[in-house]
Design a binder for this molecule. Structure first.
Ligand SMILES: NC(=O)c1ccc[n+]([C@@H]2O[C@H](COP(=O)([O-])OP(=O)(O)OC[C@H]3O[C@@H](n4cnc5c(N)ncnc54)[C@H](OP(=O)(O)O)[C@@H]3O)[C@@H](O)[C@H]2O)c1
Length: 337
């Protein structure tokens, strides 16, 4: 896929870029004090509302680090923010720059920052990453482990924080408990499955019927088709559900949790939650956790588990990338400035 991208958008040399551990980053233009390029949103709407244009460089504050972005992956929250679907919780101040994940190279450190210096390869869960440059709180930043490509690191910050916190904090799973991870083949779901297995839990991977064969590779004790009523009727009582899917599926799964069990969810309490007063419903929002991010990045580098990358796209094609991601059925899409 990288080859297709390279053929379409000329060679790295023609674009004035160089390779850093297999990843292409800007070399020349940004060093001369010109405005950076970003994928900018001026109003809510479809993918075509993302405009690739000049945008003021981020200002570096106390405790912040300026990162030259090498990759920013697309997450569902990005297209929910773009369309306006998420505006009650995550309003966009126009003109705005979307994006939560980045990996890149430190260009400058602000006052009060220790532990990072120009040239460090870093990754973070932050804001406004669909851009050539991003200012990141040093406390949210982690160093990319030696041997992991920056484009792979760029896929991890939000999904790792979310999947790990869904299992460890929202579900608070203990070894030996049984948890059903709904949406187990998604990017967050894969992390949640890995986190639950690492915690010593018995994991049931909940996926679509058409995904059952693929899900057998996740290492779960069992795979269940969430859209198959017969298969669902055979699921016994669970200690916990870790839900990344929401909607009617979540309401059905809530009824499978035993008294005193927990329903951890990324999408708010399911409809009808009040009918299950003996189940603890834990709706959560992910928070940056750089130390945990490093642990998972090492696990990915060492091939202990994987978050599949579907393709790399140039940042100027952020709208195209969001349109593909929004249809579902793909792995991570990484925007490369
Ligand atoms: N609260 C938070 O802090 C937080 C943080 C991160 C993400 N999220 C939310 O969590 C959700 C998952 O994020 P993600 O990055 O993992 O997305 P993703 O990579 O697109 O994964 C979603 C997975 O769920 C599957 N799925 C969707 N609807 C399903 C259904 N009814 N039955 C069975 N499987 C279903 C999808 O299958 P297909 O690909 O075939 O559709 C896909 O495998 C998103 O809604 C996102 O906005 C919340």
């Amino acid at each position: 896929m990288l080859q297709v991208w390279a053929e379409k958008y000329a060679t790295a040399a023609e674009m004035g870029r160089r390779s850093v551990r297999g990843c292409i980053v800007w070399e020349g233009r940004l060093g001369r004090g010109e405005a950076m390029k970003a994928s900018v949103l001026h109003e809510y709407g479809g993918p075509d509302k993302l405009q690739y244009e000049d945008f003021p460089d981020p200002k570096l504050g106390e405790g912040e680090v300026l990162v030259r972005v090498a990759g920013a992956s697309i997450n569902p929250v990005d297209y929910k923010m773009r369309s306006g679907e998420a505006k009650a919780r995550f309003p966009v101040a126009f003109p705005g720059v979307l994006g939560r994940d980045l990996a890149g190279v430190v260009r400058e450190v602000g006052p009060g920052v220790t532990g990072f210096e120009p040239g460090d390869q870093v990754m973070a869960l932050t804001q406004a990453t669909y851009a050539e440059l991003a200012a990141v709180k040093a406390s949210d930043l982690a160093k990319v482990p030696e041997g992991l490509e920056l484009t792979a690191a760029a896929t991890l910050p939000l999904v790792v924080a979310t999947g790990d916190q869904l299992i460890r904090k929202a579900c608070a799973l203990a070894a030996g408990q049984t948890v059903l991870v709904a949406g187990a083949l998604g990017s967050v779901g894969r992390v949640a499955v890995y986190a639950a297995l690492t915690a010593g839990a018995k994991v049931i991977a909940g996926v679509r019927k058409k995904q059952v064969d693929e899900a057998k590779g996740l290492g779960a004790m069992e795979v269940v088709a969430l859209d198959d009523e017969d298969a669902m009727s055979e699921v016994g009582l669970l200690d916990a559900v870790a839900d990344t899917v929401g909607g009617k599926t979540a309401t059905t799964l809530l009824g499978k949790v035993k008294q005193g069990g927990v329903f951890g969810t990324l999408l708010g309490p399911p409809a009808g939650a009040y009918m299950h007063p003996t189940v603890r419903v834990a709706a959560m929002m992910a928070e940056p956790d750089p130390a945990t991010l490093v642990r998972y990045a090492e696990a990915i580098r060492d091939k202990r588990f994987a978050v599949p990358v579907d393709r790399l796209l140039p940042l100027r094609d952020a709208g195209e990338g969001q349109a593909i991601a929004e249809k579902g059925g793909v792995g991570k899409i990484v925007l490369v400035p």
